[in-house]
Design a protein around this ligand. Structure first.
Ligand code: HEC
Ligand code: HEC
Ligand code: HEC
Ligand code: HEC
Ligand code: HEC
Ligand code: HEC
Length: 452
């Protein structure tokens, strides 16, 4: 029975490694990713060690250590909590006069990373010594090997796989030895098992390990790639002009379709041309946050001279144009760095359309049409009219617009099952009975409706 004893030992080793791996995983919150997310979504209102629009967040995990679930829920959707009347949320919401946005697209792991970044934040980070501070390097591009926590968990996983592989080989060797022993009517001895194990290992083990590790690496890369492609709610690139939906569609209540004129009549909603901006900005020369510097970019694109209030002659040399802007912006208290601001204005290009970066993008094989959704006036699962916000979220509250919904096939299909079209069918036998079909009932699940 030496074989069984040996197997128990191997089991204990495996259990221990699983346990080790779990602790590794628990520590695998990714500070660098957290920093990137924090900078992208939170720095408009929060600093770690200083109150700005929102409170300083230093020690926040400590503050909510008795109720971490609340902290996650607050960050993800504080407005829903407050609306629900959650007493703790109501209390927190009274801290400051302004309110916090919701971040419904943040996963638990994202929030975990953000909190890890806040916890690891040092008041005076040592300049240019990111490696020493344990991976709190500049956010952005990073792969498995430049990030110690991920690297070690992958390494841990690889070690575990090797152990599992060893165990399997050992079990196979045990079986093989006992079959042989039975054939020869002998007792199974541990030396026979080990002998078999040695033979197995020589020809199969190394190969098996290499294949396993390669497969693991490949899977990781695949997962990464798959997550990067097309399903990326929260995508928020930096735009050439700091255009704020919160200011225009929120505070000034400009209708979505004043700018996105295509939405009710064509496939695309369209991004407004500079002329549409000029309807208002001929008169509005300065903004509450950036003063003249961002609006100057509209004038550059339109070829408009803010000094003379006339359009430049299109043959005006760019240097002359920039000179005019330099003079016009020089008295603007909000433009702190005039040279830098002029560089940015120049980058827009004189008399050139603004190159907005597209945020929503379905793959070429999928077809989506705005007019089919906006003009027909279907109802969502709660019976409310389908509006821009049903799919794009509270754009009127977004300083910088981001992809709110996953835009995945499952998302389209789900809504087609749950919502209602505008058709009503009356039961010919009983005119009092009527039926409003869902888009799914009307063929809205046919592959060809959405795929070329
Ligand atoms: C638009 C501004 C704004 C943004 C963006 C914002 N917050 Fe807030 N946050 C606030 C305000 C204001 C409060 C104070 C509560 C209130 O008055 O509603 C707050 C409160 C909090 C609290 C509770 C603080 C406490 O002491 O209990 C946490 C935690 C928090 N924010 C985390 C975040 C995180 C993480 C992000 C980024 C994902 C973020 N916030 C983005 C404005 C913002
Ligand atoms: C004053 C003009 C204006 C108004 C009003 C406006 N938008 Fe926009 N919208 C823009 C501009 C310019 C962009 C491109 C820059 C950007 O992404 O911020 C844009 C981008 C967008 C995008 C992202 C497009 C992409 O690249 O995928 C969506 C979605 C959007 N708007 C929805 C709305 C909704 C919903 C409303 C109403 C609540 C609205 N917009 C009101 C001008 C406007
Ligand atoms: C319907 C009128 C209207 C249209 C159209 C419009 N804006 Fe504005 N915009 C305003 C007003 C009003 C302000 C100033 C708000 C204030 O002072 O509170 C403003 C301010 C701004 C600011 C300054 C923001 C700041 O905080 O300093 C920028 C940048 C801007 N708009 C960009 C654009 C762009 C780009 C377009 C075209 C895509 C556009 N606007 C179209 C009305 C408009
Ligand atoms: C049923 C969901 C849905 C509704 C409702 C909806 N959109 Fe969209 N929107 C999308 C999808 C999906 C895309 C990506 C389309 C693509 O890549 O072909 C998109 C893309 C966009 C874009 C960028 C590309 C383009 O079409 O020019 C803008 C701007 C936009 N929507 C604005 C709006 C506005 C404004 C409204 C309301 C009038 C609205 N959307 C209503 C789903 C929706
Ligand atoms: C918010 C709910 C909602 C979402 C999300 C949604 N749709 Fe729809 N869709 C509808 C409704 C409602 C109709 C039916 C409108 C009507 O005819 O009354 C419809 C109709 C359509 C039609 C026309 C079907 C027909 O029978 O003529 C197509 C095509 C379509 N949707 C494609 C898409 C695609 C592609 C997506 C995802 C990118 C999507 N839809 C996401 C609600 C939605
Ligand atoms: C209501 C619209 C809609 C219908 C109906 C629909 N699809 Fe899709 N499909 C999409 C969208 C949108 C995408 C792109 C999603 C993405 O990029 O994640 C997609 C993606 C795909 C993909 C690429 C793989 C993927 O998940 O990205 C395949 C394959 C596919 N669809 C097959 C089908 C088949 C087969 C049918 C019929 C049984 C069908 N679709 C019906 C909207 C639809």
């Amino acid at each position: 029975m030496g074989f069984i004893k040996l197997n128990i030992k191997v089991f204990v080793v495996i259990l221990l490694s699983v346990f080790m791996l779990n602790t590794l995983r628990l520590n695998a919150a990714d500070v660098a990713k957290g920093e990137a997310l924090f900078k992208q979504h939170c720095t408009a209102c929060h600093k770690v060690n200083q109150k700005i629009v929102g409170p300083a967040l230093k020690g926040i995990t400590q503050k909510y250590k008795d109720d971490p679930k609340f902290l996650y829920e607050w960050i993800r959707n504080n407005q829903a909590l407050v609306k629900k009347g959650d007493p703790k949320a109501v209390e927190v919401s009274q801290m400051e006069p302004s309110a916090m946005n919701s971040f419904t697209f943040l996963q638990d792991s994202d929030i975990e990373n953000i909190l890890a970044y806040i916890d690891s934040y040092k008041d005076t980070p040592p300049p240019a010594a990111p490696a020493a501070s344990g991976g709190a390097s500049e956010g952005g591009n990073q792969d498995v090997f430049s990030n110690p926590t991920i690297y070690y968990s992958v390494l841990g996983l690889a070690v575990l796989l090797v152990i599992v592989a060893l165990f399997l080989v050992f079990a196979a060797a045990g079986l093989s030895a006992s079959v042989r022993a039975k054939e020869q009517n002998e007792q199974v001895t541990s030396s026979a098992v080990w002998g078999e194990f040695g033979r197995f290992i020589k020809n199969k083990f190394i190969l098996t390990t290499i294949i396993t590790v390669a497969l693991l690496g490949g899977t990781l890369k695949l997962i990464q790639a798959a997550r990067g492609v097309s399903i990326h709610p929260g995508y928020m690139p930096e735009q050439p002009i700091k255009f704020s939906h919160k200011l225009h569609a929120g505070k000034h209540q400009v209708d979505c379709q004043y700018c996105h004129t295509g939405a009710s009549k064509s496939k695309n909603a369209w991004i407004p041309s500079t002329n549409v901006c000029m309807n208002c900005h001929k008169g509005v020369e300065s903004g509450p946050v950036y003063g003249k510097s961002e609006i100057a970019k509209i004038y550059m694109s339109a070829g408009f001279n803010p000094e003379s209030k006339q359009y430049f002659d299109s043959s005006t040399p760019v240097d002359k144009v920039v000179e005019v802007f330099s003079k016009w912006m020089s008295d603007d208290a909000k433009t702190k760095n005039l040279t830098g601001a002029l560089e940015e204005v120049k980058k827009i290009g004189f008399n050139k359309p603004i190159e907005w970066i597209r945020i929503h993008n379905l793959p070429d094989h999928a077809y989506f049409n705005h007019a089919q959704h906006i003009a027909v006036g279907g109802k969502d699962k709660n019976g409310n009219a389908i509006e821009c916000q049903t799919c794009h979220g509270p754009v009127q509250e977004m300083e910088v617009v981001y992809q709110y919904s996953p835009l995945s096939m499952g998302w389209c299909i789900n809504c087609h099952r749950q919502s209602k079209t505008t058709y009503t069918f009356v039961d010919p036998k009983d005119p009092k009975k009527s039926f409003t079909p869902s888009p799914a009932d009307m063929g809205g699940l046919d592959c060809s409706k959405c795929h070329y």
